[in-house]
Design a protein around this ligand. Structure first.
Ligand SMILES: [Fe+2]
Length: 487
């Protein structure tokens, strides 16, 4: 009896096994793999806890060393900048609308009104007009640091010909509007504070962490010569260690310790983590807090040019992925396993069975990954980091009055402290502002087929053409898009 028949009578299985020599895989088939999150196995995306040493070292060389440089040497400059701005500056209604319409905050504009939101704003909503609202009830989950406020709010916007304008803000059990002077100004800071905390901790992580499962499984379960590996690998650079650092390091800004001059958050580390869970898990029956589902219809629908911008580019990613995957047979065993491995960790990722009955699902799954980790992620960072820090504090130290008080006076100097703003300036430089290690436009896919080399050239050409024909603001120039999550 030879070794094969000793272990199995299924000859097909053994032939498959012979096609898996360890050296054909990036890490000899001992690579990274996702597992349930140690912090919250049900409320956070699966995490990758064991990072190959090569990726660990490369991250320290390219990114970690930069963090240390900023932390040790640049905080005095951040302090100086906060001093020059003198904490916070007034925010006009036009600026407020612009931040919510032309940045990643546009993702918070909700069209679907619940009975509660209709009731709250019943005195403001008129027929034949279009309204959106931004609900930040999630702020109630935060346990604020001493002297800091974390208030929930709901802002009502009206659609105008060229954008939106703020109509009213719900604070506590009353609503204020632009006629309310200082209370209205405070309402805008409260809404902006919530938007910033939600972007950083609740919604932006939806672009980061679910993609780690795909990153790790591709490296470990797909041979280096496989077309799918060649397509995805350039889009995995630096991300596993970066995400590990955010979620698991004792030095992570999420720990929000007092001595971390780069940690800008307004609440305890534990409750900031609850906001991460809220962002992933959603809130039942609240359309402003949808549960995370792996995107299989392209980018999240956003009712502003920010959404149109992403939709236009997504078509270019989809076309490229479709051309590449056309070269892979329907019954490719590596892709079948790849889908099922990811599906097992993240049930909203399509299983092999689903992909085999609808090939477009596979194309969307791969195109969504590539769009997400490059343009989808980077444009969030760029548009958030461009909102002036002195108009958008993460910590607000003035509480709204317990009842609607027409004599309420707001001292701008009390809205945030100098140290709050210093932390935010430094965090913006270190973590939020885009800082590419490599660029999408320079990526060389390791395709062997000439046809696919041509497809990758067309992909880059089409990105440029899309940029030239944009009908929206150019939220992220093509030359500045990184191929993977690098910040
Ligand atoms: Fe990020």
């Amino acid at each position: 009896m030879d070794a094969k028949s000793k272990f199995s009578s299924d000859i097909e299985l053994e032939r498959e096994f012979e096609a898996l020599p360890p050296e054909d895989f990036l890490y000899d088939r001992r690579g990274p793999w996702p597992q349930p999150s140690p912090n919250h196995p049900f409320g956070e995306a699966p995490g990758v806890l064991h990072i190959p040493w090569q990726e660990w070292l490369y991250w320290w060389f390219k990114i970690g060393s930069r963090y240390v440089f900023f932390w040790v040497l640049c905080w005095p400059i951040a302090l100086l900048k906060a001093l020059l701005w003198w904490k916070v500056s007034p925010v006009s209604d036009e600026e407020f609308s612009d931040y919510f319409y032309n940045s990643c905050y546009a993702k918070f504009l909700t069209e679907e009104f619940t009975d509660d939101t209709k009731n709250i704003f019943k005195d403001y909503i008129k027929e034949n007009k279009t309204y959106y609202y931004c609900d930040f009830v999630g702020m109630s989950a935060l346990k604020p640091l001493k002297g800091v406020q974390c208030e929930p709010s709901i802002t009502l916007f009206e659609k105008t010909d060229d954008g939106i304008r703020p109509i009213a803000i719900n604070l506590r059990d009353y609503v204020c509007d632009p006629t309310d002077g200082d209370l209205w100004m405070l309402g805008k800071y409260i809404a902006l504070q919530a938007a910033a905390n939600h972007v950083i901790v609740a919604t932006h992580p939806r672009l980061h962490f679910p993609m780690d499962a795909i990153n790790a499984i591709t490296k470990t379960a797909i041979p280096k010569d496989h077309i799918l590996f060649q397509l995805i690998y350039p889009h995995t650079e630096l991300t596993l260690k970066l995400d590990w650092q955010v979620l698991n390091s004792k030095l992570s800004l999420l720990e929000n310790k007092w001595w971390m001059i780069y940690a800008p958050f307004p609440a305890s580390a534990e409750s900031m983590r609850d906001l991460v869970v809220l962002g992933y898990h959603g809130i039942q029956d609240n359309p402003a807090y949808p549960k995370y589902e792996y995107p299989l219809m392209g980018p999240q629908k956003v009712v502003s040019p920010y959404g149109t911008f992403h939709d236009e580019y997504y078509k270019v990613y989809y076309q490229f992925v479709e051309e590449v995957l056309n070269e892979v047979p329907d019954d490719d065993k590596f892709i079948i396993r790849w889908c099922d491995y990811i599906h097992a960790e993240m049930p909203s990722f399509p299983s092999a069975q689903k992909v085999q009955s609808d090939r477009k699902l596979l194309t969307h799954a791969v195109a969504s990954y590539m769009w997400d980790v490059s343009l989808g992620h980077a444009a969030d960072h760029k548009t958030y980091a461009e909102i002036p820090v002195n108009k958008n504090p993460l910590r607000v130290r003035v509480a709204s009055p317990t009842y609607k008080n027409p004599d309420f006076k707001l001292k701008l100097g009390n809205v945030a402290s100098l140290l709050d703003q210093t932390r935010l300036v430094l965090a913006n430089w270190m973590f939020f502002k885009p800082c590419n290690v490599s660029n999408l436009i320079d990526v060389e896919y390791n395709f062997r087929l000439e046809k696919l080399k041509d497809a990758s050239s067309s992909f880059k050409k089409n990105l440029k053409e899309t940029e030239a024909n944009l009908k929206t603001k150019n939220y992220m120039p093509v030359d500045q898009i990184p191929p993977s999550i690098q910040y």
